[in-house]
Design a protein. Sequence first.
Length: 68
Amino acid sequence: MIATVFRKGKLPEGLLMHLAGPTENGWRVVNIVQSQEQFEAFAREKLVPATQEVGTPPPQMTFFPSTG
């Protein structure tokens, strides 16, 4: 799935940082993005189809506004 989402090892446009690690219930992924709208378009066009391709449920997304 990573190869599908991060073509040639590059972050998608507007994605500034991507962190991921295991938790007790699966994985936690934190993305720092330029805009929520831009990330939602990425999720709709790339991320959700990639999860469907590998047979995992789509991610639950929570957005937090910038504080600065």
